[in-house]
Ligand binder design. Structure first.
Ligand code: GUE
Length: 286
């Protein structure tokens, strides 16, 4: 028996249709949501992601602004670009595409973003709000995972969830989101220091593989009928390879394809964050 597909492409398309209607309403209210991206350097994968995000914007009627800086940009240049977007009324939300070149500090760059325009939910104020159970813009990938699972009729409530990976963009915030009352999952956050990973994953109803190690979660590590979410994006011989081994499809009940699972959902949630931010702007104007 082969697992059912958690279809990120179809789910993202449904979300985009909902967002298109909300963007229409906003335009009627005189607000055009605008997403900006700050890309530092010329990494081809990052250029590709940014290109896809702008194409998505076009599909739902969000305006988009592309800011590009050279790989050797100074901290002052990055700061100037970010301050410019904070002040630009055409930009209602934006992201600094990660990673940025090593001579620049990622947390420093994120901290310069106006928290009200933080489309990635990675500003320390928004991460702090998440920890404090206050309304916050949420990071796109964790939000996409929660939504993808929920829209396939799978309940997070009471589920035993094992997240593999403690990164700032996925694992750590996902643990915080899933343990809120509204999701009510029980989460075990595993990482490279975990003594016996299989001991944890075998007990999980839902396994989220977000370690960035190709094929690291195999069928022998999961329970029959588990739900498996693949967040990994590694390049092997020019092909995208996830963190799930292919044999999980023979044992799990539900699996995210990769590509075609979490990636498109991440992009849909970025759009969703931008629309949310623009609606908040209208509400604050009264
Ligand atoms: N500030 C910031 N925010 C991010 O959200 C962010 C980032 N930096 N840096 C890099 C990662 C990676 N990421 C992906 C988004 C979509 C796909 C995606 O849509 N992938 C397609 C395939 C893409 C292809 O054809 O290569 C899929 O999975 O089907 C993948 C990866 C967002 N990230």
């Amino acid at each position: 028996m082969t697992a059912q597909k958690l279809d990120g492409v179809a789910t993202a398309a449904a979300i985009k249709a909902e967002l298109t209607a909300r963007v229409e309403v906003l335009r009627g209210q005189g607000v055009v949501p605008g997403l900006a991206t700050v890309l530092v350097g010329d990494d081809p994968a990052s250029q590709n992601y940014v290109r896809m995000k702008h194409r998505d914007c076009q599909q739902v009627g969000i305006a988009s602004i592309q800011v590009e800086l050279p790989a050797d940009a100074t901290a002052a240049q990055v700061e100037e670009a970010i301050r410019g977007l904070n002040e630009d009324p055409a930009c209602t939300g934006y992201i600094v595409q990660l990673p940025i070149p090593k001579h620049l500090d990622e947390n420093w760059a994120l901290s310069l973003i106006d928290p009200d325009k933080d489309a990635d939910g990675l500003h320390p104020i928004n991460l702090g709000r998440l920890v404090l159970n206050e309304p916050a813009t949420l990071p796109c990938t964790p939000r996409g995972i929660v939504e993808l699972v929920r829209r396939h009729g799978i309940d997070w409530r009471g589920a035993e969830v094992v997240v593999v990976g403690r990164g700032i963009t996925v694992g750590r915030p996902l643990g915080l989101i899933l343990t809120r009352r509204s999701e009510n999952a029980t989460v075990t956050l595993c990482h490279t220091g975990t003594r016996d990973l299989t001991d944890h994953t075998r007990r999980a109803d839902i396994v989220v593989a977000a370690a960035g190690v190709p094929g690291m979660v195999t069928a022998s590590m999961i329970r029959e009928g588990a739900v498996c979410i693949d967040v990994g994006v590694s390049r092997v011989d020019g092909k995208t390879v996830g963190d799930l081994a292919l044999d999980v499809w023979d044992k799990a009940a539900w699996v995210t394809p990769n590509p075609g699972g979490v990636g498109p959902m991440t992009r849909a949630m970025l759009l969703s964050n931008v629309v949310d931010r623009a609606e908040a702007l209208v509400a604050s104007r009264g």
